[in-house]
Design a protein around this ligand. Structure first.
Ligand code: 5GP
Ligand code: ZN
Length: 114
């Protein structure tokens, strides 16, 4: 297994507050939430780096992550809007090199994204 915090969470070696799981996707609450709802959605498979490494071979997992996001938004009753963010590279604030999507909701998210 890669020396990767999200792989360890997916394997159950590091605990998390789980929000959703299926055969290929895991969602769990961010340890440093930036909104009242801040969930990380990851493919269980290690996709190193992030959005820059999405290919024809692994892009179905991106769709599965977005399916999980839609399901979570419904289950959590997120009615005021939500945002899905993925950071790619240190210049964008990426700290964990395993493809993941932040699901943010529960506060006014504003119009600026930069
Ligand atoms: P990035 O900065 O790479 O886009 O997002 C990584 C996110 O992972 C950060 O928001 C950070 O708070 C979260 N994170 C890092 N380590 C852990 C951990 O061990 N558990 C949980 N639940 N979140 C983590
Ligand atoms: Zn990983």
């Amino acid at each position: 297994m890669p020396d990767c915090v999200f792989c360890k969470i997916a394997a159950g070696e590091i605990p998390c507050r789980q929000a959703y799981e299926d055969d290929s996707v895991l969602a769990f609450y961010d340890i440093h939430p930036q909104a009242p709802v801040h969930i990380l959605i990851i493919p269980k498979a290690h996709i190193a780096c992030g959005a820059a490494e999405v290919t024809e071979e692994n892009s179905a997992l991106v769709g599965r992550c977005f399916e999980a996001a839609a399901r979570l938004a419904k289950e959590l009753g997120v009615t005021g809007g939500f945002r899905i963010v993925t950071n790619n590279g240190p210049g964008a604030g990426q700290t964990v090199s395993h493809l993941h999507f932040h699901l943010l909701a529960g506060r006014e998210l504003g119009l600026t994204m930069g």
